[in-house]
Ligand binder design. Structure first.
Ligand code: FES
Length: 108
């Protein structure tokens, strides 16, 4: 009498990538937006307002509200809802306004 299982385990989300948020390693499904990955991992707020420090997190998920601004691989003002996760991505909360890189007048 055959004893093989009649059921096979599902391959749940076989493709994952590893990212880091505030030095916390996360394994997230490949192909999702960064904002969705962060929300699914319950990371709390993703930015702090430059006006009053109020915490914010992704809201509209379509590039309109700018509540999802984060720093990605050192690049501030990145809209997490418009960025697809990729392996090795290093993400930090955006705290306040990004620094402006203003060159010297002599640079022109
Ligand atoms: S969640 Fe609104 S712009 Fe990204």
């Amino acid at each position: 009498m055959p004893t093989e299982a009649l059921f096979r385990p599902l391959q749940l989300a076989p493709n994952h990538v590893r990212i880091a948020f505030e030095d916390r390693p996360l394994t997230v499904p490949a192909g999702v937006s960064l904002a969705a990955a962060l929300l699914a991992n319950d990371v709390g707020h993703t930015r702090e307002s430059p006006v009053n420090g109020r915490p914010g997190a992704p809201y509209c998920m379509m590039g309109v509200c700018f509540e999802c601004l984060v720093e990605v691989d050192g690049q501030a003002n990145s809209q997490a809802c418009l960025i697809q996760v990729r392996d090795g991505m290093v993400v930090r909360r955006q705290r306040g306004a990004r620094d402006l890189l203003i060159g010297d007048a002599d640079d022109d």
